[in-house]
Design a binder for this molecule. Sequence first.
Ligand code: NAD
Length: 349
Amino acid sequence: MKILVTGGAGFIGSAVVRLAIARGHQIVNLDALTYAACLDNVASVADDPNYAFDQTDIRDRAGLDRIFSEHAPDAIMHLAAESHVDRSIDGPEDFIQTNITGTYNLLEAARRYWIDRGRPGLFRFHHVSTDEVFGSLPNDPAKLFTEDTPYDPRSPYSASKAASDHLVRAWHETYGLPVVLSNCSNNYGPFHFPEKLIPVTILNALAGKPLPIYGDGSNIRDWLYVEDHADALLLVLQKGELGRSYNIGGGNERSNLELVRSLCTILDELRPKPEGSYADQISFVADRPGHDARYAIDASRIRQELGWTPAVSLEDGLRKTVEWYLNNEAWWRPLQQRKGVGVRLGEKV
Ligand SMILES: NC(=O)c1ccc[n+]([C@@H]2O[C@H](COP(=O)([O-])OP(=O)(O)OC[C@H]3O[C@@H](n4cnc5c(N)ncnc54)[C@H](O)[C@@H]3O)[C@@H](O)[C@H]2O)c1
């Protein structure tokens, strides 16, 4: 299948690109190369005859029309987005323009292309979204996000993703565009941009800097190894029912404090300090405004209907991730120079 992947130079998009190429698909990677992108993420497939890169911004409708006519994809996996909640608090404009208007542009370009080609039944528009659209859960293990949980986004990031989800469903109901959607919990793994919690913790630990924990560290997230997410996404694209959405999650709930302590334990073993533990560097800082208390996914639909199961446990995945950062300083060191990385963002309102 020839798949147009948007955001394929980012964290999750690049995992999708690498996996899809390994499985013999043709990939057109469309990415604007914002601060969050890194073409090194796809260096391992860059010379593959099934891989093409096209630097285009999803805010550029004419550019999207050109890509569809030049590359004639069979399907789209739409991952391009502004993705960092703290940046959305400081500057929501880019989130509105890329996540909402950009998705609208892509839907319209896809719809025009699909109609011009005689509405092929196998065409798919897969919209990749987040569990953050569902808002915040109380700390009750019986309460999980299902596909029927009402939307209740609480940050500019999650509100912009919720808006894009609504647009995608509307294009299916109104125009019959063949769409599938997925909403995933927090991802982690190799190539995670060094402004997110797990890489910040690993890299600050190694640098002897404080390990910042927002608030009291009790906020709970449900973690999924990025390669398991990429596997689920290809499954949803190929087997998902039209118009349907699938929640994706690993069933790995941890508080931020528990997660950071686990990383410290792994680092203590793999790169011991002369004395003491990396956990001694934990430092509690002012909380994020509107910080959601808990996210937890009920992934029974994708497990039962599509037969998906994650392959990597949280313990193994965290260890693999720490090892990857220890072995790939040449990847992360230059990214730490990018604007806003390594400074506290999204603090004041
Ligand atoms: N990271 C997570 O834990 C997580 C969880 C669930 C869902 N998601 C969703 O998955 C998708 C990918 O997330 P990620 O963490 O890989 O993000 P990322 O920030 O690492 O990568 C985003 C990519 O999109 C590109 N991009 C941004 N604006 C663009 C534009 N206007 N035009 C073209 N390309 C543009 C960037 O250059 C970058 O390569 C997003 O839609 C996000 O909402 C992320």
